[in-house]
Ligand binder design. Structure first.
Ligand code: SF4
Length: 370
């Protein structure tokens, strides 16, 4: 690599929205972007669902959603909620009575699909029940199930959401979050840009059906990256054909890469003929080690950027935006902070030294070493 990373701080200006409370998590405007995932189990299988939620929690998920497709699922909400300490969202399709049951069981938020729950009388009952319990409703529009009469494409997604929002507002219900998702990236971006200019409710971002993790990461990073960089988005979910823990890891990496998350962002050089070590293995080992203590970073902490560079000639300079890092010489690791050399450490002890330094920063910023 020949050019250095620029260290100019480009702060993202978040869109000013209404603030909505989901259980003990506030979203919108200046509140940190919350990471959401969804259990892939049958919700009524409480032990399996709890196991999956806990694994997502270990990665630092802030909000978790479960599918409610029958009465047993709706009843399971109570027991699941009692055993977790993050807000639980009930995902409802087709049957408005399941929404009523889920609310009564203790859901912290309801997601409704305007494509299959649209009768004013039914929505009125859900809104009054949600209002009574003080919980929000997400108007979750998917390109595959737009409300009747909506056109296709981005404007169809927007129209579908706005019709539903108007109905809720007519019922004097304003505790609203909106999501517009499509498997087409540009359509998702355009729809979210349009809705962001029309209403001030918080937006939940995601791309539907992205595929296996490797492809899903890329699609989600492109789409959500474009929106987040514009200041649009208050909660995110990376929908992957993979377990929720992987979704959470991907979400945190996207946020960290944009300097708006709370993860430890490991950057590494691509290596070249100047590289003095087996950098791929060093990076993999570091990532593995970080995973053991970083996931429970609190919402709102600043990301910490850690660099691993293959040579001391260009390494520190090329990674001067990193908070701290190592550049490798033939038999030593040069520990540096913000590009400035601090100390030479024997090569086989360098990674351990770096971990100790990361932990120092991490604990200073309020992380949990548990
Ligand atoms: Fe850049 Fe050095 Fe890494 Fe080569 S080995 S890519 S010069 S930091």
């Amino acid at each position: 690599m020949s050019s250095s990373l620029s260290c100019e701080t480009m702060a993202i200006k978040r869109r000013k929205t209404k603030v909505i409370k989901i259980g003990n998590v506030s979203i919108g405007w200046h509140y940190p972007i919350a990471v959401q995932s969804m259990a892939k189990t049958h919700t009524k299988n409480i032990s399996r669902t709890l196991k999956q939620i806990k694994s997502a929690q270990e990665e630092g998920v802030h909000l978790i959603r479960v599918a409610v497709k029958d009465k047993q699922d709706a009843h399971a909400i109570g027991e699941i909620r009692a055993n977790i300490d993050i807000p639980l969202i009930a995902d409802i399709h087709f049957d408005y009575r399941l929404a009523l049951l889920a609310i009564a069981s203790g859901a912290d938020k309801i997601r409704l699909n305007p494509g299959n729950i649209y009768k004013e009388k039914e929505i009125s009952q859900i809104a009054s029940s949600a209002k009574e319990r003080g919980i929000p409703i997400r108007v979750g529009v998917n390109s595959g199930s737009l409300s009747r009469g909506s056109a296709k494409g981005a404007s169809g997604l927007v129209k579908s959401a706005l019709n539903f929002v108007k109905m809720l507002e007519k019922l004097k219900f304003y505790d609203i979050v909106i999501s517009l998702k499509s498997s087409n990236l540009l359509e998702t971006v355009e729809a979210n840009r349009q809705i962001a200019s029309k209403v001030n409710y918080p937006l939940h971002l995601g791309v539907t059906a992205t595929g296996l993790a490797e492809v899903g990461y890329i699609k989600s990073a492109i789409c959500l990256g474009m929106l987040l960089a514009d200041g649009i988005g208050d909660t995110i979910r990376i929908s992957l054909t993979a377990d929720p823990a992987q979704e959470v890891r991907a979400a945190k990496r996207i946020l960290a890469a944009l300097d708006i998350g709370n993860a430890i962002d490991v950057i590494a050089c691509p290596t070249c003929g100047r590289c003095e070590v087996d950098l791929i293995h060093i990076v993999k080992d570091l990532e593995k080690e970080i995973k053991t203590f970083s996931p429970s970073l609190d919402v709102g902490q600043e990301p910490l950027r850690v660099a691993l560079m293959g040579c001391v000639v260009n390494g520190p300079g090329e990674a001067k935006c990193a908070d701290l890092g190592l550049a490798f010489g033939r038999d030593y690791g040069l520990f540096f902070k913000k590009g400035k050399p601090v100390k030479k450490v024997q090569q086989d002890k360098a990674a351990k030294f770096l971990i100790a330094e990361i932990k120092k920063c991490y604990l200073k910023s309020g992380g949990n070493d548990a």
